[in-house]
Write a protein that binds this ligand. Structure first.
Ligand code: ZN
Length: 248
């Protein structure tokens, strides 16, 4: 994808006179973009944009975490802007399943919530959890969104893994900023639970974390923040996976 999402975000800030300084005022942006209502609704998906000739409503899933809700709202605004007659053109393949448009709207959402120039100011900071926390606090986005954006703009090469405690075991919940061919191929290894359990609570702890990458067990350099029932790990997966193939 080109720099188009960045241009589109700038165009939005200029056209609708919203400050490009995070945290971005999404509610004002939505109103000025002609969204009549933002409704928190009981539904399965995170968000949906319903447009008719005279009315536009964004539906957001009830009880979304506030930062996830913000990202979802920005994503739905991105759908709206793609149909705006004066917006700068953005090229993407209109695939039958809409995946390309979904990815593009995620990119535009990130460009709105964490504008490129603003994000670059974090480039000189250490690539660690405290930098991600600072970004996520200031932009009011999730740690995962801050990580994905740092990879995109500031050439970070790290990934963020989430675990939660379920019936006494640390279970893998998801990975963010993982090389695309490894999506859904990263999981817990048998030894992951003990490694997380041995980490002190609420300190950014440097250690080695065992994981499964496809069929292999690997050990990666990690910085771990363990809470009572949830854990995030900032891990150096790219290097470890560079010479591997998911199916090899
Ligand atoms: Zn969408």
């Amino acid at each position: 994808m080109s720099a188009n999402p960045e241009r589109l975000a700038h165009w939005l800030f200029d056209s609708f006179e919203v400050s490009p300084r995070p945290p971005i005022d999404l509610e004002t942006l939505a109103v000025r973009m002609g969204i009549d209502q933002v409704l928190d609704t009981d539904m399965v998906e995170d968000g949906r944009l319903v447009q008719s000739s005279d009315r536009a409503v964004v539906h957001l899933r009830l009880n979304l975490h506030p930062r996830r809700r913000r990202f979802t709202l920005a994503h739905e605004l991105a759908h709206r802007i793609l149909t705006h007659p004066e917006a700068p053109a953005v090229s993407y393949r209109r695939a039958g399943n809409g995946d390309d448009e979904e990815r593009l709207c995620d990119q535009i959402a990130a460009s709105i919530l964490m504008p490129q120039d603003w994000t670059r100011r974090f480039a000189t900071r250490p690539q660690n959890l405290s930098t991600l926390r600072l970004m996520s606090e200031r932009a009011q986005v999730s740690l995962s969104a801050a990580l994905v954006r740092s990879r995109e703009i500031n050439n970070w090469r790290k990934s963020l893994l989430r675990f939660s405690l379920d019936q006494g075991r640390w279970r893998f919940q998801g990975a963010f900023g993982v090389p695309i061919e490894w999506h859904r191929r990263i999981r817990s290894a048998p030894a992951t639970h003990d490694a997380i359990n041995s980490v002190p609570i609420r300190r950014d702890w440097d250690c080695q974390l065992p994981l499964r990458a496809a069929e292999s067990e690997i050990s990666v350099t990690a910085q771990i923040d363990r809470w009572k029932n949830t854990t995030v790990a900032l891990v150096e997966l790219d290097e470890r996976l560079a010479h591997r193939k998911p199916d090899g």
